[in-house]
Design a protein around this ligand. Structure first.
Ligand code: ATP
Ligand code: PRP
Length: 212
């Protein structure tokens, strides 16, 4: 049995058509079903539906053999016990700094940064030699600078409409993001043929989309 960890939300919406193209289809609609372990049209493939931030953990510890996860989440996890097999190009966005319109940091004070992406933010500001105070949040980060909880945020940006709606402006980009196919390191050895088949089938489909 090959187990694939997926998360609800935008990744699921974008990965289901790709999986269908390589012949894997959920037996029930994952958006409607309350089941968290879903059989597929293939007897030897099943899907786990987990939180986006938990996908690397389920794969790392072998509850799932492979998974689909944003590069942002993968970086925060650290990647222990995982192999990154393919950039799927889906759920593309960027991690960026954002601040209230007109914000200017006084260089003699420590910058207060609110984010869910603490590892990325720490590495980014360390690379600039900038000392920061981190505030860990799990969502609605845009509110932090508006209420004095932080000076700036580090968050995902796609269209920029969330920032605009909250009177924030995008600053420096930290890195570009897309979803990755990851594998459990042990499964990659023991189930190599099955995993390689899926990867090899997905690769030209993803490249064709990139080239279009
Ligand atoms: P969790 O439920 O575990 O907190 P989440 O709310 O971040 O996770 P999603 O919003 O579905 O889950 O995001 C999953 C992934 O999709 C992110 O890790 C990122 O890689 C990508 N992503 C998030 N927001 C956007 C966006 N606005 N545009 C494009 N891709 C995005
Ligand atoms: C993500 C992210 C931003 C928004 C950016 O939130 O945290 O708030 O998308 O996208 P935009 O630049 O196109 O506006 P999401 O919609 O996933 O909500 P969440 O707070 O549940 O993560």
């Amino acid at each position: 049995m090959l187990t694939i960890a997926l998360s609800k939300g935008r990744i699921l919406k974008e990965i289901l058509p790709l999986l269908a193209k390589v012949g894997i289809e959920a037996a029930e609609d994952p958006f409607e079903s309350r089941k968290l372990i879903l059989p597929t049209n293939l007897d030897d493939v099943q899907l786990l539906i987990v939180r986006a931030t938990d996908v690397p953990t389920f794969v790392q510890f072998g509850s799932a053999d492979i998974g689909i996860v944003g590069k942002d989440t993968l970086i925060e996890h650290g990647g222990d016990g995982l192999a990154e097999l393919l950039d799927l190009g889906i759920a593309a966005c960027r991690l960026a700094v954002a601040a209230p319109v007109g914000f200017e940091h006084n260089p003699s004070s420590r910058l207060k940064v609110a984010t869910k992406y603490t590892r990325s933010a720490e590495n980014y500001y360390a690379s600039l030699g900038q000392q920061i105070d981190l505030v860990k949040l799990y969502g609605s980060m845009e509110i932090a600078p508006l209420t004095g909880l932080a000076d700036v945020i580090v968050d995902l940006v796609d269209t920029g409409s969330t920032l605009k709606a909250n009177n924030l402006v995008e600053g420096e980009k930290i890195y570009d993001i897309s979803s990755r196919l990851i594998a459990n390191a042990a499964s990659l050895r023991t189930k190599y043929a099955q995993i390689a088949q899926i990867t090899d089938q997905l690769e030209p489909i993803v490249n064709a989309v990139d080239a279009a």
